[in-house]
Design a protein around this ligand. Structure first.
Ligand code: NDP
Length: 292
């Protein structure tokens, strides 16, 4: 496959991270050290890997991190009081609670406890509502990473028909809100939608966030479409495990104008946007302190 229509998430995330490192230096020059608090409850192996990667990336760009590892059987009350203390700690500008939380802890209650201005995942209802109103808020990392990839290949999305497959709170819904903000006509498709293939065929921009390996084939894709594949699916083939997206990359290749690979597409953008959000949170809090 030629590489010219591959949207290189690794390279674009490196650009984002270098911008973030520059912003960190500027904040440090003003006496502010951006700091991200990461809270992990329990020992979920995948969560441990995600947290480790986030901490490494933070260190790379000069963001300080504080880690809070809590045992599996932590009470909701203990977790909420930790969040309360992080909310009050002026040295911490970003708070990330790694999901999923163990059973028995109310995820929504925990996310709602984070001060919206420190909510670097963009999951607090105040940020979710702000996003749907088109206000400038901290945005969820995966969809904002997708927008950054799209802007790389398409400077003006105005009037384009964007179809988003998947309506989760962390990807599909905020993705639709961001595309709407970019003046796309947006169709949000989910498991109850009828004739998903025809809906996908109408897309100038097709975003797949489903979690079904290689569901989207060539005859689902309009010729010349831009395809963003958020899916990360592990599949066993010939005795080994490999990662594939929700789009059959090789099958759609000839039809598309541009497409993200899996891995190396949306994945690296998510962590880069988390770092970007942490710096943005630090800038906003610094501006507030300076005003008072
Ligand atoms: P969820 O399981 O929360 O949501 C999946 C969505 O897809 C749901 O809205 C569901 O519809 C819809 N869906 C399921 N089956 C179909 C179908 N056959 N046709 C149409 N729609 C369908 O997943 P997430 O949004 O959390 O993640 C989606 C994918 O993206 C996963 O592969 C995940 O691993 C990946 N991911 C990647 C990230 C990255 O950094 N690259 C970050 C986050 C996720 P309904 O609501 O009706 O059930």
């Amino acid at each position: 496959l030629a590489t010219d229509k591959r949207i290189d998430g690794k390279a674009i995330s490196a650009q984002v991270l270098s911008e973030v490192a520059e912003q960190v230096s500027q904040l440090q020059a003003q006496g502010v050290q951006p700091c991200l608090a990461v809270v992990l409850v329990g020992k979920d192996p995948a969560s441990q890997v995600y947290v480790k990667n986030k901490l490494l990336r933070a260190a790379d760009v000069g963001i300080l991190s504080v880690e809070h590892y809590l045992p599996e059987h932590t009470s909701e009350e203990t977790l909420l009081s930790l969040i309360e203390s992080l909310n009050e700690d002026a040295k911490v500008q970003g708070i990330l609670v790694q999901l999923p939380l163990p059973k028995g802890i109310d995820e929504i209650k925990v996310l709602e406890a984070i001060k919206p201005i420190k909510d670097v995942d963009g999951f607090h209802s105040s940020n979710v509502g702000g996003l749907s109103q088109g206000r400038s808020v901290l945005q969820p990392c995966t969809p904002s990473g997708c927008m950054r990839l799209l802007k790389h290949v398409c400077s003006d999305m105005s009037g384009m028909h964007a179809v988003v497959v998947g309506r989760s709170n962390i990807v599909g819904k905020p993705m639709a809100a961001l595309l709407l903000q970019a003046n796309c006509t947006v169709t949000l498709v989910h498991s109850k939608s009828r004739d998903i293939q025809s809906l996908c065929q109408m897309a100038d921009i097709l975003v797949a966030a489903v979690g079904r390996p290689e569901m989207i084939k060539q005859d689902w894709v309009k010729p010349g479409a831009i395809v963003i594949d958020v899916g990360i699916n592990r599949v066993e083939k010939d005795g080994s495990t490999r990662l594939v997206g929700d789009v059959d990359y090789a099958d759609v290749w000839d039809s598309v104008e541009a497409i993200t690979p899996v891995p190396g597409g949306v994945g690296p953008m998510t962590i880069a946007m988390l770092m970007s959000n942490t710096v943005e949170a630090a800038q906003r809090q610094h501006a507030l302190v300076s005003m008072n």
